[in-house]
Design a protein around this ligand. Sequence first.
Ligand SMILES: [Ca+2]
Ligand SMILES: [Ca+2]
Length: 182
Amino acid sequence: MCLAEYNNCFGITYNTSTEACTPNVSNIISPGQELFYHIRVCNEAMGFQLYTSGSLAQCFYISNEVINFTSAREICEARNSRMFMVKSSEKLDLLRLMVRTITQSQTWVGLTDIATEGNFVWADGESTANVSLPIPWDEGQPDDADNEEDCVEMGKSSVDFINDLQCYKTSRFICEAELSAY
Ligand SMILES: [Ca+2]
Ligand SMILES: [Ca+2]
């Protein structure tokens, strides 16, 4: 019953007295609850790990490589994933945490206006106009400095906000993937 409803979750608690299913819970459970774990997992062989933020549970590959934007995008796509996209407040919280505590340096985000100047598009092709969360631009950004900033990073001047930067500059990057059944 739980499995059919919450097929995309990494874990489910089933409460035997109320018969309620709760997705993506921690391993702290109360009496009367039964825990189902690892319905779906991350591809650890490719370097992905599960990270959670609020109701979000997703797989991320955090690079040690420091490379240009196009190379970072190619690596994510070769791993059946996309560069990190910031379409929800949970994702924004998670990105800020990762930049503050893990990459601790400028980090590519999956957002670019390479195709049409000023028209920023997420790594999956979705227009930013379709996403309700405002783009977390740093003050005065995007500024397309020297008419050549078409790629986006967090962490260079601000650990909490994003900035457009030249795509040939080199940064760490994060790939995101959905949990998969194995
Ligand atoms: Ca630009
Ligand atoms: Ca800029």
